[in-house]
Design a protein around this ligand. Structure first.
Ligand SMILES: [Zn+2]
Ligand SMILES: [Zn+2]
Length: 147
């Protein structure tokens, strides 16, 4: 049911994905497939996100469009730029001189994060031990029962 004259249908064909930060001040869109996706266990991602692990999807930089707002940035290591929302702090983008022309986007900030499942773990030597050892712990769909 694709109509070529319909711009939205064309965007869908190109695999356009949208996302935003928690407060909505920053919004973005990517086009085309992710080149790679991974859980990153490195200490920098951990601190930058305040979370034990960060899931990233990689895109060519020219396939990322910031559609609203202006992210702030920090050089977390030499040659590395992390961009985030200056209002709410959501971690959004990672770029490094070592992967020039590519940008990592936090999968959790996409509107449909289910569509971008991580394919591997990277920097696994930094993985927090309890992240996996917690596999056998009780799982609650939401909050635990009060008694
Ligand atoms: Zn925000
Ligand atoms: Zn990392």
């Amino acid at each position: 049911m694709t109509r070529p004259e319909d711009p939205e249908a064309t965007e869908a064909d190109e695999g356009r994905r949208t996302g935003r930060c928690l407060c909505g001040a920053i919004a973005f869109a990517t086009r085309g497939p992710s080149l790679m996706s991974a859980f990153c266990h490195c200490p920098s991602c951990r601190r930058a996100s305040g979370a034990p692990v960060v899931a990233w999807a990689m895109f060519p930089t020219d396939r990322l469009e910031i559609t609203r707002g202006e992210p702030r940035s920090v050089a977390s290591s030499p040659g590395v730029r992390r961009r985030f929302c200056g209002d709410c702090g959501t971690a959004l983008f990672f770029e490094s001189k070592e992967i020039e022309g590519l940008v990592d986007v936090t999968i959790a900030s996409f509107d449909d994060p289910e569509a971008l499942a991580p394919a591997m773990h990277i920097w696994d030597r930094h993985r927090l031990e309890w992240l996996d050892s917690g596999a056998g712990l009780p799982r609650h769909p939401e909050l635990p029962p009060t008694e």
